[in-house]
Write a protein that binds this ligand. Structure first.
Ligand SMILES: NC(=O)c1ccc[n+]([C@@H]2O[C@H](COP(=O)([O-])OP(=O)(O)OC[C@H]3O[C@@H](n4cnc5c(N)ncnc54)[C@H](OP(=O)(O)O)[C@@H]3O)[C@@H](O)[C@H]2O)c1
Length: 266
């Protein structure tokens, strides 16, 4: 049984890391995908990898490179996706990684870029896609939106100042849209990565411990109750669940995917 049989889904940040891991898992479970990322070359290579795998061949319906730090590109992606897929049943918004750095290293331009990728582009994409998601709900296709956020929203970290300050906005958007769009039958949820092995995590490790980034990764393993760093597939399975009928009554959830790293009782 395919959990996402023919569901038409846009995934951002899809060329590598978390977005690529999610794309692979969704494709393996029957989704039809429209993918986007920044670099046309890297995106094309990612699409080729999905094409070469017999379990996911034919699942990428279209793709386009776009810089999500520039207003207008979120809308363009959605319009192109709607044309390619003749409708839409889901969105996975994986925000481009914002600039890293302590407060005094960051420019005002960095803050503008960060707020564009961490919240404004998500808003633009959902706004442009809304009528199509409503149509999907009318056809009982159980549409869903999944935002990828970050543990920094709960545990601010001065090495990633903009992320720590601004990610929480996507949690707010998740909750308010869940309440607002729920009446149409559109579910909105978020998944919150702790530490997932990707290029982004490696660059953070290099910033933290330039002499020995591997030692930094070991120190993380020591803090995570499950004793391992997450994989992009771990993120993929969480997104799969939230976009499938298995989660039809889950709306407004903000779910950590972090091996038990983040602790809270309320
Ligand atoms: N990895 C972790 O442990 C972790 C933890 C918490 C939160 N996060 C967050 O999760 C998100 C994904 O992280 P990741 O680890 O998967 O990062 P990654 O491996 O570095 O991948 C980043 C993705 O974003 C795309 N991208 C970069 N700049 C872009 C732009 N201006 N416009 C459009 N797309 C752009 C890249 O496209 P190209 O390849 O085409 O450049 C790539 O597909 C980020 O927001 C990150 O901060 C990650």
């Amino acid at each position: 049984m395919f959990l996402l049989n023919g569901k038409r889904i846009i995934v951002t940040g899809a060329s590598r890391g978390i977005g690529f891991g999610i794309s692979k898992i969704l494709a393996r479970h029957g989704a039809l995908l429209y993918l986007t990322s920044l670099s046309p070359n890297r995106l094309e290579k990612a699409v080729q990898k999905i094409e070469q795998d017999p379990d996911t061949r034919g699942k990428v319906v279209g793709y386009t490179a776009a810089d999500l730090s520039k207003p207008g590109n979120g809308s363009r992606i959605v319009k192109e996706a709607l044309e390619s897929m003749n409708g839409l049943d889901g969105i996975v918004y994986v925000p481009p990684p914002p600039p890293q750095g302590f407060f005094d290293e960051l420019t005002l331009e960095d803050w503008k870029h960060s707020s564009q990728v961490l919240i404004h582009s998500a808003i633009e994409i959902v706004k442009t896609a809304l009528d199509s998601l409503k149509e999907s709900a009318r056809l009982h296709r159980n549409p869903g939106i999944v935002f990828v956020t970050s543990i920094a929203a709960w545990e601010p970290d001065p090495v990633i100042t903009t992320s720590s300050a601004l990610r929480i906005a996507l949690h707010g958007l998740t909750q308010v849209l869940a309440r607002d769009l729920g009446r149409y039958g559109i579910r909105v949820n978020a998944i919150v990565p702790g530490y997932i092995l990707t290029d982004r995590l490696m660059s953070l490790a290099a910033k933290r411990m330039p002499d020995n980034p591997e030692r930094y990764l070991d120190s993380l393993r020591g803090k995570i109750p499950l004793g391992r760093i997450g994989t992009t597939e771990d993120m993929g399975y969480a997104a799969l669940f939230l976009l499938s009928d298995l989660s039809s009554y889950i709306n407004g959830a903000i779910i950590p995917v972090d091996g038990g790293l983040h602790r809270k009782t309320i």
